[in-house]
Design a protein around this ligand. Structure first.
Ligand SMILES: Cc1ncc(COP(=O)(O)O)c(C=O)c1O
Length: 437
């Protein structure tokens, strides 16, 4: 029997007054713009959930089965038998965890992955750290120093946190908007060097890529570096060519190659925690910059490394990508197109103009976020309901992520549920006319 709204609500925590003054000083502080997020996290079944079981892209929470459309495992490698079965041999060879910080020593798979990555990306070199979060917090300040950082307003929160680190070390930080590059141009003229412009690659909410064709010439004209966080593009989109299996391009070597740009004055950051279903991240840069970062980026010196299982799934994942990546991307593209076509057929709109597998559907009234999320949950759809301030108020809505491990039936069920949801909680309409039939 599926759970109801009432049984899904979790008890609220004890009132802050039950805590000692030391804790009250912490807990009494207002959360400010994260108040709504906090409320939903505590009360909504689709947040902070404990998943008891998975079966393909079906997940069980308590006794309620849902289809997972909140997964970033775009290629479905989390469920890939070849990768799963390869892991124990690496554990036998290397134990569970190297435990040295990378400055002290790294097991051989690190070198292998960095070499394979550089070749895949077509970059001179690559440096691995555990997560993109580590990279944003350490590589951004290492690059900027006392110079100037320009962060796109809608870049991922980890980039804005990295910007705070830059500011704390004497760098200058300014925000800009991708659709107001004239302003960035003016800001760059007066900025101290080094100058770094930071943007998301494939955007985690809109699913669209950045205007590299405008940003790169601007960066080069001002002797600035362009730093691109392609967490969601790496593994999904890649270089274009006559043999590509889908419009996502080939090899999954990221948004820079997909848009036909090169790496001059460009730092590409990407991660394995999405398409590769692992815990590793990289900075693609010239070897000399890599050597500099080994001494300048804190996590290389002070943090624990990725576990061996992550090195194994990263390394074997890259090999699987070589052999089977095109088929997986073709399937991912086909499923995403089925969803986008169906959405248009329902007359519903999305921020996604790229066709990539992140599809956000805004609500007309942001106050409906919670009831919409509960409705989807009850109907067996597990998706991210994105509140303010994660997205601007006019973009509050539901984010659907498709993976190659989803099925046609799951997409059709999702569309049926969204059609019903749209009747109750008005969603943004498609800008063009709905597809006939
Ligand atoms: C755009 C973007 N950058 C960075 C991150 C953080 O990545 P990691 O898990 O490697 O720290 C995410 C994760 O959601 C993301 O969406």
């Amino acid at each position: 029997m599926s759970q109801t709204f009432e049984t899904l609500g979790r008890p609220l925590p004890p009132a802050p007054s039950a805590f000692s003054p030391a804790w009250r000083h912490v807990l009494d502080r207002p959360l400010g713009i994260r108040t709504e997020l906090d409320r939903m996290r505590r009360q909504a079944p689709f947040y902070d959930a404990t998943v008891d079981e998975i079966d393909g892209r079906r997940i069980r929470i308590g006794d309620h089965w849902l289809t997972d459309f909140a997964s970033c495992n775009y290629l479905g490698l989390d469920l890939d038998r070849e990768i799963i079965e390869a892991v124990p041999a690496y554990l036998d060879l290397w134990g569970t965890h190297p435990s040295w910080s990378r400055l002290i020593a790294s097991p051989r798979p690190y070198d292998d992955i960095e070499r394979m990555l550089a070749e895949l990306l077509g970059a001179e070199d690559a440096l691995l750290l555990p997560t993109i979060t580590h990279i944003q917090h350490s590589v951004l300040p290492a690059l900027v120093g006392r110079g100037a950082l320009f962060v796109e307003l809608h870049a991922h929160q980890t980039a804005h946190d990295g910007a705070a680190m830059v500011a704390s070390r004497g760098g200058t930080v300014a925000r800009f908007r991708e659709d107001r590059l004239d302003r960035l141009d003016r800001l760059l003229r007066a900025a101290p060097h080094p100058r770094v412009i930071c943007v998301d690659g494939v955007h985690s909410m809109t699913g669209n890529g950045p205007p590299l064709d405008e940003l790169l010439p601007l960066a080069r004209a001002h002797d600035a570096l362009l730093y691109v966080d392609d967490a969601h593009g790496f593994g999904v989109v890649g270089e274009r060519g006559p043999d590509e299996s889908s419009p996502y391009g080939s090899r999954g070597n990221g948004i820079v190659r997909h848009l036909g740009a090169g790496y001059d004055n460009l730092v590409l950051v990407g991660g394995f925690s999405k398409a590769y279903s692992s815990l590793l991240a990289f900075v693609a840069c010239p070897t000399e910059v890599k050597e500099y970062l080994k001494s300048a980026a804190g996590p290389y010196i002070f943090s624990g490394p990725s576990p061996v299982a992550s090195l194994a799934t990263g390394l074997v994942g890259l090999r699987v990508n070589e052999r089977r990546g095109e088929a997986l991307r073709a399937r991912l593209h086909r499923l995403t197109s089925r969803f986008l076509d169906g959405l248009r057929g329902l007359g519903l709109g999305t921020l996604n103009t790229s066709g990539f597998p992140i599809v956000e559907i805004p609500l007309l009234d942001a106050d409906n976020a919670d009831p919409l999320g509960r409705f989807l949950y009850e109907r067996g759809v597990f998706a991210s309901v994105v509140p303010f301030p994660v997205v601007p108020r006019d973009q509050v809505g539901v984010r659907i992520q498709i993976t190659a491990a989803n099925t046609d039936d799951e997409i059709d069920h999702l569309l049926a549920v969204l059609g019903e949801a749209g009747d109750r909680f008005p969603l943004v309409a498609a800008s063009g006319p709905p597809d006939p039939g």
